[in-house]
Design a binder for this molecule. Structure first.
Ligand SMILES: Cc1cc2nc3c(=O)[nH]c(=O)nc-3n(C[C@H](O)[C@H](O)[C@H](O)COP(=O)(O)OP(=O)(O)OC[C@H]3O[C@@H](n4cnc5c(N)ncnc54)[C@H](O)[C@@H]3O)c2cc1C
Length: 393
């Protein structure tokens, strides 16, 4: 893979080399096969856990690595650029990033119960926020948890839950109090719930891509959850989710940079090799200029990701980090998709041959503009919070 020196964080050279080495055992053909076969990359997941990276954000006293966001960005960017794109990132992303709410807000008992097992890979947890009738407006979720003598009983439906078929637990956002227009974000709670139970039904969603990690509709029918599996305080679940968003956005942005790096390298290599009209197609300006623009967009997005990660690691408040985290997520995901799209054009008809892998990168980079948060919501946030324009939604 050609290296153009694009990087979302400075340094961490040895760490990046180690991730590249591990990922080289799981190359493009591995990910192509697992994507085509809709198969969870268990060997990759276990190797990643054994290297200590699954729990790298978990504090050391709970069996993790205690790493900062900059290191996590370095790791996830290398994973994305290794040939695995989002299939590889999402195989581990839920654990690397999804533990934030538990780490920050879980009781001591909850942390001791779950974090070490998540960090070493024994416990895989899915993440259940989205609902069919709520979508981006999370405050409209209707999955309810009613209090019982011993805890809660959950009824409702979640959708798009990644990895639910691999998971033994799901971090679930539920309503413990009804929606109230004046206090929309209150009354929601986070529960760690079992997912392998007769009261849970999991139905896979047939997807157009990123198929090494399953996505599912998950139904809860009088599903019991112990009181001790409540994360933090009842009613504050939404606030807990928000507190992890900046970190997640910065890490997602680094994954986009990795996707862009791979796509650009593939396009340049092909542009040099492919001969049409007795010369390499890369000799045409209409082929080389978009690739030059992609390089510049990726370099500039990567520098913002680095700034956002450094600011986060310096301990700046969530409010201060927000604009840069959002900017990083937006610019990196847009640059990655444009790069993958131009790589498609560069490959001509062969872009549609699975053996070139461009299609996987294209479709998975497209997903980064939609989920877990769409780029329109990022723009809404910047317009409102930075530019002080009226809230539009
Ligand atoms: C492959 C995949 C994996 C996923 N994994 C998970 C998971 O593990 N757990 C989980 O909980 N969820 C998961 N999701 C769900 C994902 O987070 C949601 O799809 C995403 O939040 C958007 O919600 P929606 O699809 O309902 O879009 P909608 O809310 O229906 O929005 C559709 C579009 O409308 C526009 N839009 C909506 N509201 C506004 C607004 N106010 N202003 C401007 N534009 C707006 C945006 O362009 C948006 O893309 C996953 C989704 C996918 C596709």
């Amino acid at each position: 893979m050609i290296d153009f020196g694009i990087q979302s964080t400075e340094g961490h050279t040895e760490l990046r080399d180690a991730v590249r080495k591990l990922c080289s055992d799981f190359g493009v053909d591995y990910w192509e096969r697992y994507d085509r076969d809709h198969r969870f990359a268990r060997e990759f997941y276990e190797a990643f856990a054994a290297a200590g990276w699954l729990g790298m954000m978990v504090p050391e006293e709970y069996g993790g690595g205690g790493a900062g966001i900059s290191e996590v960005c370095a790791v996830m960017e290398e994973v994305a650029s290794s040939g695995g794109a989002l299939n590889a990132c999402t195989t581990v992303h839920a654990t690397v990033v999804g533990m934030a709410a538990l780490v920050r807000h879980g009781s001591e008992e909850l942390k001791r119960k779950y974090l070490p097992a998540m960090a070493n890979g024994e416990l895989y947890m899915s993440f259940g926020v989205t609902e069919p009738d709520a979508g981006t407006d999370t405050t409209r979720i209707t999955t309810k948890a009613l209090r019982t003598e011993t805890g809660y009983v959950v009824n409702g439906r979640k959708t798009w839950n990644s990895g639910a078929q691999e998971a033994s637990k799901i971090l679930l956002l539920v309503r413990t109090d009804p929606y109230s227009p004046g206090e929309k974000t209150k009354g929601m709670s986070l529960l760690v719930a079992d997912i392998n139970a007769p009261s849970v039904t999991i139905q896979p969603i047939a997807k157009i891509g990123r198929n090494a990690v399953d996505s599912n509709d998950v139904y809860f029918d009088n599903h019991p959850v112990e009181a001790s599996d409540l994360v933090g305080d009842e009613g504050l679940g939404f606030k807990y989710l928000l507190s992890g968003l900046n970190a997640e956005r910065i890490i997602l942005a680094s994954e986009s940079i990795g996707i862009g790096r791979w796509s650009l390298a593939a396009a340049v290599r092909y542009a040099k090799e492919r001969q049409v009209f007795d010369r390499p197609i890369g000799q045409n300006q209409s082929v080389q200029h978009p690739l030059a623009v992609n390089y510049m967009k990726l370099v500039s997005a990567a520098s913002i990701v680095a700034r956002a990660a450094a600011m986060y690691d310096s301990g700046a408040s969530q409010d201060v980090c927000g604009p840069l985290a959002n900017t990083a997520k937006y610019l990196a995901s847009e640059a990655a998709f444009q790069t993958a799209d131009d790589a498609m054009q560069t490959h001509g008809g062969y872009a549609f041959a699975r053996e070139f892998h461009i299609g996987r990168y294209w479709i998975e980079s497209r997903l980064q503009r939609i989920a877990p948060v769409n780029n329109q919501m990022i723009l809404n946030n910047v317009a409102e919070r930075v530019l002080d324009l009226p809230r539009s939604y």
